[in-house]
Design a protein around this ligand. Structure first.
Ligand SMILES: Nc1ncnc2c1ncn2[C@@H]1O[C@H](COP(=O)(O)OP(=O)(O)OP(=O)(O)O)[C@@H](O)[C@H]1O
Ligand SMILES: [Mg+2]
Length: 329
């Protein structure tokens, strides 16, 4: 069966501006997303984790075609969408099927739009619904399903609380009934009690509307609870991918292990867990013939600096990119 989303060898590079007088013959690039292949099945929730700057938002935005890819393929229900230029993609018929929920709802909502207008906007733009009773009824219904009272619909973003804005951001994203919702740290800007409520809302909407989620988060506990599969990124590359439960119980890549060991236990007085030392290398023109984790890896060997590690299949559904792993097949 064709997966809902099928991404192959995706690459996103940003040119680095050269300082005046330092013009080099070969331009430099930030390798924000490098050789990323993944699938998302209908109804599946895939978690995307990794430290700040590893390329999660760039990947999320590229999937929703808000950023042009440098190379690779993105197929939505078998249809190639990577070639459509960002400006065209904004109005493409499939654009309503894949929607992004931004980390901060303020990024998604035009400050001059009321909550009503913000939710109505994608319906008008992507589904061709005209202003009138049908639009009003749909917006009111979508808002209600996200817990937004009708009295709030006339308010501008700055007149809403963070939690209310998050709800408007979600309502706007689901208004077109997308098949895939890409959520870029949807609760990061909220306090803990509101985070729980928003996560419950997202879980309910997923059940009711049968959507698939790509769920970007810093919070590994949330990812474990919420996701069927997990993808771990490090400096633009996927280093481990597998069923969430399996990855959490038996992380195989040293970076994933460190991430999981660093999860706060929640036990008062418990000793702090090991965290990865040092900083990640620069994402600008990384060495193609070395593992990106070199310099921070506790198990590093000479070959790690001499060749990029291949993906090793640990089971039918679990893979990691490390020289030191042996495959199951
Ligand atoms: N428009 C851009 N131009 C140049 N470099 C960029 C651009 N957008 C992102 N980057 C770089 O790409 C890399 C990945 O950034 P990205 O925002 O995707 O990381 P992230 O994993 O989402 O981080 P965070 O967890 O902090 O949100 C970073 O090195 C960043 O500086
Ligand atoms: Mg980000």
């Amino acid at each position: 069966m064709i997966p809902l989303l099928d991404v192959a060898e995706l690459e996103v590079r940003f040119p680095v501006r050269q300082k005046a007088g330092l013009a080099r013959r070969t331009p430099s690039f930030v390798h924000a997303v490098d050789d990323v292949s993944l699938t998302v099945a209908a109804g599946e929730t895939v978690g995307l984790v990794g430290e700040s700057g590893c390329g999660k938002s760039t990947l999320a935005r590229t999937l929703c075609r808000l950023i042009d890819a440098t190379a690779g393929s993105i197929r939505l229900e078998g249809r190639e969408i990577v070639d459509t230029h960002v400006r065209r993609a904004a109005k493409a018929p499939w654009r309503g099927d894949i929607q992004l929920v931004f980390q901060d709802a303020l990024d998604a909502i035009n400050p001059r739009m009321t909550a009503f207008q913000a939710i109505a906007d994608p319906l008008k733009r992507l589904r061709g619904v005209r202003s009138g009773p049908e639009l009003t009824a749909t917006v009111t219904e979508v808002a209600a399903s996200c817990g937004i009272a009708e009295t709030l619909l006339g308010r501008f973003p700055h007149q809403l609380s963070g939690g209310q804005r998050a709800r408007v951001g979600i309502a706007r994203a689901i208004a077109c009934r997308p098949k895939l919702l890409v959520l870029d740290e949807p609760t990061a800007a909220l306090d803990v009690s509101v985070q729980v409520v928003i996560l419950q809302l997202l879980a309910r909407l997923k059940r009711e509307l049968g959507m698939s989620y790509v769920f970007v988060s810093h919070d590994l506990n949330v990812v474990r609870m919420f996701c069927d599969r997990i993808i771990v990124m490090y400096l633009g590359k996927i280093v481990e991918i597998g069923p969430a439960d399996e990855v959490f119980r038996h992380p195989r890549h040293p970076y994933t292990r460190a991430l999981i060991q660093a999860i706060p236990s929640g036990i008062p007085g418990a000793a702090p867990q090991a965290v990865i030392e040092g900083e990640a290398k620069s994402p600008i023109d990384p060495n193609p013939n070395a593992c990106r984790f070199v310099g921070r890896c506790p198990n590093e060997e000479r070959r790690c600096s001499e060749a990029a590690p291949p993906f090793v299949s640990l089971s039918r559904t679990h893979q990691a990119r490390c020289h030191l792993l042996r495959g199951s097949e």
